[in-house]
Design a protein around this ligand. Structure first.
Ligand code: HGY
Ligand code: MN
Ligand code: MN
Length: 420
């Protein structure tokens, strides 16, 4: 790579100004962000990104999955595109960095390449994927772009069918459009994503950059424990068919299942609703949102089965019924060796400490794996905090992440004939 490109760096002032402006959209009083997919704040963030793309002199594109992109035709007109980016949607009451850092790092890379007037063997695109966090359907936009979305995937939205359709309507999207958003194989030269680690390993290793080796597989389901509503005062404890008791027993047994048989995995019940939901009615139903994660596909499957057996056992123990709605699984994915070495080489050029590490968080990169060479660059999360207003990465490390993305993109672009 020529020395001019090797010395290219992002513009820290512009990068920070953009990040601070974006952090105002959907900001919560405690320094966090509330931008669930298709919420007013999310749509406002996307409109802000569209305007910034145009002000930056880049081409704005949006596909039928609602993925918003900046496009820089710095390569041959019919040449492949190196995709960079992440997501602008957030979990409810989350942090400012998750996703947003990756989208703005990608945009900054395109602006720097444009300003430098560099022509490359490929074109560059900075993308904001739709619904990475799964307010409705996790990895929605990236799965659609990768052509991995099926009709049945759209039938079990995690936030319910009515909310999903209302959200699509607000965003001007349709289910058919989602299923029609696939990029054809060969149009993508690769995908690289900058993201906060959302854990403590980089901090503990005193490293500035994480070179991701693989991304965890994730499964989720809705479990409904079914009892009987009764008067909470006149029904003896023995006579109750109390859905809350069975569900609570299951939530506690999850820890035992993981500790005893799945030490490298995790599981979480992030939401529980009790119906009818009054102080003085024994709950007839307990609706649990269960998510579980494993580094390997086979382990993910047997973990899902073990959790289901645990749920059935506790339901029986309390005389309850159990209904299961399977919301599907995202397979774990390996990152591409050539992309990993381009990231490592870029970090070395920037004299940044780097370590290889797996990701227990899901990311859009796992949708693109298999379609094109894929890689991820992690930056440290202070206290490992994420999916929380406590989420924080030092600005110095944000700049390190964006510069590593810039130098990685240039390496991949120039060596593109070897990478694909
Ligand atoms: O949940 C995750 O792992 C990611 O933040 N979507
Ligand atoms: Mn997240
Ligand atoms: Mn994320």
């Amino acid at each position: 790579m020529d020395t001019h490109s090797e010395h290219l760096r992002i513009n820290p002032a512009r990068f920070q100004a953009n990040f601070d402006a974006l952090s105002e959209i959907g900001a919560t009083d405690d320094g966090g962000i509330h931008r669930p997919t298709f919420s007013e704040a999310h749509l406002a963030a996307r409109a802000w990104f569209r305007d910034l793309i145009r002000e930056s002199g880049l081409e704005f594109r949006v596909d039928e999955a609602g993925n918003h992109s900046a496009y820089l035709p710095c390569g041959p007109e019919d040449g492949p595109t190196l995709l960079l980016g992440s997501h602008l949607d957030s979990v409810p009451y989350g942090g400012r960095f998750d996703g947003a850092l990756g989208v703005l790092s990608a945009l900054e890379v395109l602006v720097v390449v444009k300003e430098a007037g560099i022509s490359l063997p490929i074109n560059l695109e900075a993308i904001d994927f739709t619904d990475e966090e799964g307010t409705h359907i996790g990895l929605l936009g990236s799965s659609a772009l990768a052509g991995k979305l099926s009709h049945s995937d759209l039938e079990h939205p995690r936030g319910g069918k009515v909310a999903f359709i209302e959200g699509l309507n607000r965003a001007g999207l349709t289910k058919d459009g989602l299923l029609n958003a696939a990029r054809h194989q060969g149009s993508l030269a690769g995908f690289v994503e900058v993201h906060i680690e959302q854990g403590m390993r980089l901090i503990d290793a005193n490293a500035e950059i994480g070179v991701v080796t693989s991304i965890v597989g994730i499964g989720s389901s809705i479990l409904t424990f079914i009892g009987r509503s009764d008067h909470a005062g006149t029904t003896s404890m023995e006579d109750r068919l109390d859905a809350a008791q069975g569900a609570s027993a299951f939530i506690l047994v999850i820890r035992d299942i993981l500790h005893e048989s799945f030490p490298h995995c995790v599981a979480n019940v992030g939401k529980i609703d009790l119906m009818p939901g009054a102080f003085n009615i024994v709950p007839a139903e307990a609706i649990l949102r269960l998510e579980y994660r494993a580094p390997e596909a086979h382990t993910l499957r047997i973990l899902g089965q073990a959790l289901l057996e645990g749920a059935r056992f506790e339901a029986n123990r309390f005389g309850l019924g159990l209904e299961v709605e399977d919301l599907g699984e995202y397979p774990p994915s390996l990152m591409h060796d050539e992309v990993r070495s381009a990231i490592t080489n870029a970090a070395d050029t920037l004299s940044l400490n780097h370590i290889p590490l797996t990701s227990m968080a899901g990311h859009d990169a796992q949708s693109l794996a298999g379609l094109c060479p894929v890689g991820m660059i992690f930056v440290p999360s202070v206290d490992g905090a994420s999916h929380s207003p406590r989420e924080f990465t030092t600005w110095e490390n944000c700049i390190h992440g964006a510069n590593t993305l810039l130098q990685t993109a240039l390496r991949l672009a120039i060596n593109i004939d070897q990478v694909g």
